[in-house]
Design a binder for this molecule. Structure first.
Ligand code: AHR
Length: 304
């Protein structure tokens, strides 16, 4: 058989041989916590040899150092959820030269596709387009919205912003867009500053928020300013329990799903790569949009 033929049968590597590196980007949101749990639980369930996990606290330089340490250690596979899109070429080249396959997880990278084996995650642009469709439905006569966006330069924020603009009706204007870095804590002062500049209801009627954690921070601020649930059309992303609660409470009119439970698929791809088997270059998560109508019923079934 040719040297690169897929291994199978006797001699094929199994999960008990696997050392997988997961340089997590941070712990900024409930989504991220669920993603970390999914990776750790799946590693334990499958009984892999070692999971090399780290938390970069939303700093790319920390993530790059963690990847370099994993290359040094000689792990079998690196599964990388990149905090931002740009700036990965050098370290991905180092992994490639070391013969370690890289799975890009969750957010995308701008690096050349030859530098990694596959990307698994959500279609972030589609999520933004789905949000736009909600505003188009809720504001048939047009209106003005604000955008609270995720981490600047992250695939999630870039894609959602682009998708929104792709599909938003021309009679709906985006008055302002500010980043809350995907965290509840950072969304609070940003929302406060926006309310100093613009009056809800008068200057804007809607809010697109890039994740539920920031949405919950924004709700705190809106509440304190006397805004009532339903006064504004609010669309968020993720579909966490917090997001479902915000729909139950009447604050969110829609929550665009982004699924963090990627563990099983990541390890399946990793095992294939360890065995030299082919994998799809892009594995997209199947997702939907959630609404207040059945939020109360679904809330107890949510896993994150
Ligand atoms: O990349 C996925 C995004 O990152 C999620 O929407 C957000 O909650 C997380 O911080």
């Amino acid at each position: 058989a040719p040297a690169n033929a897929p291994a199978s049968g006797a001699g094929a590597k199994t999960y008990s041989d696997m050392v997988l590196c997961y340089p997590q980007l941070g712990a900024e949101s409930d989504w991220r916590t669920a993603n970390t749990a999914s990776i750790k639980e799946t590693a334990a369930t499958l009984g892999i040899k070692q999971l090399v996990f780290s938390d970069a606290q939303q700093k790319q330089e920390n993530q790059i150092s963690a990847v370099r340490a994993c290359i040094q250690q000689g792990v079998d596979v690196i599964a990388l959820p990149p905090v931002v899109e740009d700036g990965w070429d050098a370290v991905l080249t180092e992994a490639k030269n070391a013969g370690i396959p890289v799975i890009i997880v969750d957010r995308s990278v701008s690096a050349d596709k030859s530098l990694y084996s596959t990307h698994i995650g959500s279609n972030m642009t589609l999520e933004g387009e789905r949000a736009a469709a909600e505003f188009n439905k809720m504001m048939p006569d047009g209106g003005v919205i604000l955008e609270l966006s995720g981490t600047t330069g992250s695939g999630a924020a870039v894609g959602r912003a682009k998708g929104l603009r792709n599909k938003l009706n021309s009679n709906i204007t985006i008055l302002d867009s500010q980043t809350g870095n995907f965290t509840r804590a950072e969304a609070v002062p940003v929302m406060q500053a926006l309310l100093k500049k613009y009056t809800p209801g008068k200057d804007f009627q809607g809010l697109f928020i890039h994740n539920d954690d920031m949405g919950i921070g924004a709700i705190e601020v809106l509440k304190a300013a006397g805004v009532k649930p339903g006064d504004l059309k609010i669309v968020s992303v993720d579909g966490t329990r917090g997001g479902f609660q915000a729909m139950v409470d009447g604050w969110f009119q829609a929550d665009v799903e982004c699924n963090p439970l990627l563990g099983p698929q990541v390890f399946e791809l990793a095992l294939k790569l360890m065995n030299g088997q082919p994998v799809d270059a892009e594995v997209l998560t199947d997702e939907t949009v959630y609404y207040p109508e059945n939020a109360a019923e679904l809330l107890p079934t949510r896993k994150y």
